[in-house]
Design a protein around this ligand. Structure first.
Ligand code: AMP
Length: 544
């Protein structure tokens, strides 16, 4: 017998409809390229998104078509998220920090016919446009009419590719009266992973997976947004849907504060204080820069209470530095293929009373699985590892918002209940908290012993002279591999290699202490802010 309850499709458009009706005056604040702050509300944004559906139809976009965006976090990008997915098309967010060659490849692979772009990326679009003449029919610049003129020569498009002004198209469009209803399993978004090997691969989210993920990250034991929260996503909307915040915030009526392209510490701090932000979300590099700025300037946060970190390991020293500034630092773990949040580090009864150093030790764990997804680690024998906090294995996961294959790559498809291999290696403790030790390709194996590069980096960043660190494997005749540490000094400091090495004594086994410490001015970062270890290995690993 079936239950007698209403069954409605889990559609992304239902989020913005709810926000407009029940949190109509909640704010979306955006900083434009020229620094100007603009304000709108969920009510106005929903109306503009319905107009934008009309614009998309005029541009020839149909159900299931992919529509590309090359844009930073803003109200306009949010309108696009809702209008594109809401009409049943697929919002293909492109990372502008990828190599132009990769961007051209993914636009071709996805067959995007229309591209919405921030004016600051006009030169990038102009550079790749000639190669996209057969695919792209229209480029729409997210700008006011008066901002189009100066673009002129900077955005010379090939014949057959129309150039439009976003606000002019919206002005001329008719508001669509309703949001269409269709199958919740329809594709809603597309995001290509910036894999370090091979071509980027597309992860195709559905309305259902995006909604279930947003419900869960809004739980009290996860990001936990509320109607009173004012959240600043530093994580870009082109990186795994800004970790789901563009859906999770309107779902509960939380205010969104969008930084645009102004991501330096001074601009971020100004926006946080000026807009009474209490939660901010981003990768550790952003937080390291912000904390360094706070230390140097002696500034304090006026409203910020909590930051959420993800995308790379959260260093222990950073948790401590934020605690000193009166801010709680928490973290989640996941990847593009997992929407992204799989685990989140919030207390259980067994960990709730941890304090001081013990709390910091616990805070660097990646967390426990949210309901709706599951995790496990497989040891070298292929069996699931014991949850003892020591037995290391390859981490895999499965659940409602985990990919079952890559876009247009049928050979990658796995079954609905199969485990997705993440490429991360870690241990799970008795309370179910996952702690990553490495990416499998970054592990260091010395004389048969595994050495965690994440652990070495965490310790190095605790050294008072070190701002950022990367540990890599250097080939070694006797031991197979030995750890090599590359560090960036904190401003005004000069770390001495021997001193940094000595700092490891007693903190790790002797065999794990890096043989060599190299001091560099900066480390290479990839398109999503992660340290490019492959590049470091090419440069340094053979120079011993
Ligand atoms: P991406 O698909 O670009 O989001 O990258 C996903 C990868 O980032 C994961 O497989 C991890 O290696 C890494 N990552 C994400 N979150 C964390 C975290 N909290 N701690 C350590 N590594 C993380």
């Amino acid at each position: 017998m079936l239950g007698l309850m209403q069954r409605r499709e889990l559609l992304i458009s239902s989020i913005i409809q709810h926000a407009a009706r029940h949190h109509g005056d909640a704010e979306v604040v955006s900083r434009r390229d020229d620094g100007q702050i603009v304000r709108t509300t969920y009510e106005k944004l929903e109306r503009r998104a319905r107009k934008l559906m009309g614009v998309l139809r005029e541009l020839g976009v149909e159900f299931g078509d992919r529509v590309a965006t090359l844009a930073m976090n803003s109200d306009r990008h949010l309108e696009l998220y809702y209008a594109i997915s809401g009409m049943g098309a697929v919002c293909h967010t492109i990372n502008p920090r990828l190599a132009p060659d990769d961007i051209a490849y993914i636009i071709g692979h996805a067959e995007d016919h229309v591209l919405f772009v921030d004016a600051c990326f006009a030169p990038l679009v102009a550079a790749i446009a000639p190669r996209l003449a057969a695919v792209l029919r229209a480029v729409v610049v997210l700008a006011e009419p008066y901002e189009m003129k100066p673009l002129g020569a900077r955005l010379d498009l090939p014949p057959g590719m129309a150039l439009h002004c976003y606000e002019s198209l919206l002005d001329a469009a008719r508001e669509e009266p309703d949001w269409p209803v269709f199958d919740e399993n329809a594709a809603s978004g597309l995001c290509y992973t910036s894999g370090t090997t091979g071509r980027p691969k597309g992860v195709l989210y559905s309305h259902r997976s995006s909604l279930l993920h947003a419900f869960q990250i809004n739980g009290a034991d996860a990001v936990g947004l509320r109607a009173t929260t004012r959240v600043l996503p530093v994580v870009p909307m082109f990186h795994v849907n800004a970790w789901g915040l563009p859906y999770a915030a309107p779902m509960v009526g939380a205010a969104l504060v969008m930084p645009g392209r102004h991501l330096d510490p001074v601009a971020l701090l100004g926006l946080m204080d000026g807009e009474r932000v209490d939660l901010s979300v981003g990768v550790p590099t952003v937080w390291l820069n912000l904390v360094n700025h706070m230390r140097q300037s002696g500034a304090r946060f006026s409203t910020l209470k909590r930051i959420m970190s993800g995308g790379a390991a959260l260093p222990r020293a950073l948790v401590a530095a934020f605690a000193e500034l009166g801010v709680e630092a928490c973290q989640g773990w996941g990847m593009t293929e997992t929407s992204p949040v799989v685990t989140f580090n919030e207390p259980k009864p067994a960990t709730a009373s941890l304090k001081g150093e013990a709390l910091f030790d616990h805070a660097i764990k990646q967390g426990r699985a949210l309901f709706g997804v599951d995790i496990r680690a497989l040891g070298p024998d292929g069996a699931e590892t014991r949850w003892d906090g020591k037995s290391q294995g390859d981490v895999s996961c499965r659940g409602h918002w985990i990919a079952k294959g890559y876009f247009r790559s049928p050979e990658t498809e796995i079954a609905d209940d199969a485990w997705f291999p993440t490429g991360d290696v870690g241990v799970i403790d008795a309370n179910g908290f996952l702690q990553l030790t490495d990416r499998s390709k970054d592990l260091i194996k010395s004389g048969g012993e595994w050495i965690s590069s994440i652990e070495l980096e965490n310790i190095a960043i605790g050294h008072p002279d070190v701002a950022e660190a990367a540990a890599i494997a250097a080939p070694d005749e006797k031991w197979g591999e030995r750890p090599l540490l590359i560090v960036v000094p904190r401003e005004g400091h000069e770390p001495r290699p021997d001193d940094v090495r000595a700092f490891f004594a007693g903190k790790v086994a002797n065999f794990a202490i890096p043989d060599q410490v190299i001091v560099v001015e900066e480390l290479p970062h990839g398109a999503t802010g992660k340290i490019l270890k492959s590049e470091l290995r090419t440069i340094y690993a053979s120079r011993r």
